[in-house]
Design a binder for this molecule. Structure first.
Ligand code: HEC
Length: 168
């Protein structure tokens, strides 16, 4: 810790006996902030172990597929089924925050916008699942997909081909 902030805290301690409160120094160095989070999982692991499985369930739970019996609806048909996809959407919401953590975020610019976009798409999906609104749920899935591809386009362009196959 820089000497200055140590002094400031000491000063706060002294003055604090007289005044009602004293706020901590405003700026913490980024290494101090990072120490509060465990970011052992790298972005690739977070993608393949946390975000992708949850997103896959969302995509597999919306729309229709053509099979031997004709068009089959993929949407959940029970309250439990909707609760389950809502929980997957909650993972997507939080994955947005996980990506934005110091130590994972690749910059303080577009990366943060895509991470926030991920959370927002997850919220849309959660709300749609809560309302059991198929149309809104399908829209949320599309929104989610466009956030994945936009971020990959910027930060890891070769991933897009692989993810497209997954989403099909
Ligand atoms: C904020 C940016 C960002 C968002 C949003 C994002 N990704 Fe990624 N993703 C990356 C980066 C960067 C990599 C490459 C990581 C590496 O190889 O180090 C990656 C890699 C992947 C991989 C390959 C992982 C591996 O094992 O190599 C998959 C699968 C993936 N993402 C799925 C998704 C899905 C599905 C979504 C949306 C639901 C998504 N990603 C959203 C940045 C993002």
């Amino acid at each position: 810790m820089p000497v200055d902030s140590t002094r400031l805290i000491f000063l706060c301690f002294l003055v604090g006996t007289i005044l009602s409160g004293c706020s901590a120094p405003e700026t913490e160095s980024s290494t101090e902030v990072e120490a509060n989070y465990n970011v052992d999982l790298d972005v690739a692991n977070l993608m393949s172990l946390v975000l992708e499985p949850a997103s896959d369930i969302l995509w597999d739970s919306g729309g229709w597929v053509l099979d031997a019996y004709g068009y089959e609806e993929l949407y959940p048909t029970t309250d439990d089924g909707w609760d389950f996809v809502r929980a997957q959407a909650a993972i997507v919401v939080e994955a947005g925050n996980m990506l934005a953590l110091p130590g994972r975020a690749e910059d303080d610019d577009a990366w943060m916008i895509y991470s926030e976009g991920l959370s927002r798409a997850g919220i849309m999906a959660m709300e749609a699942a809560q309302a059991q609104d198929k149309e809104a749920f399908f829209q949320a899935g599309g929104q989610l997909y466009s956030v994945c591809t936009a971020c990959h386009q910027s930060y890891s362009p070769d991933i897009n081909n692989r993810v497209e196959n997954i989403a099909d």
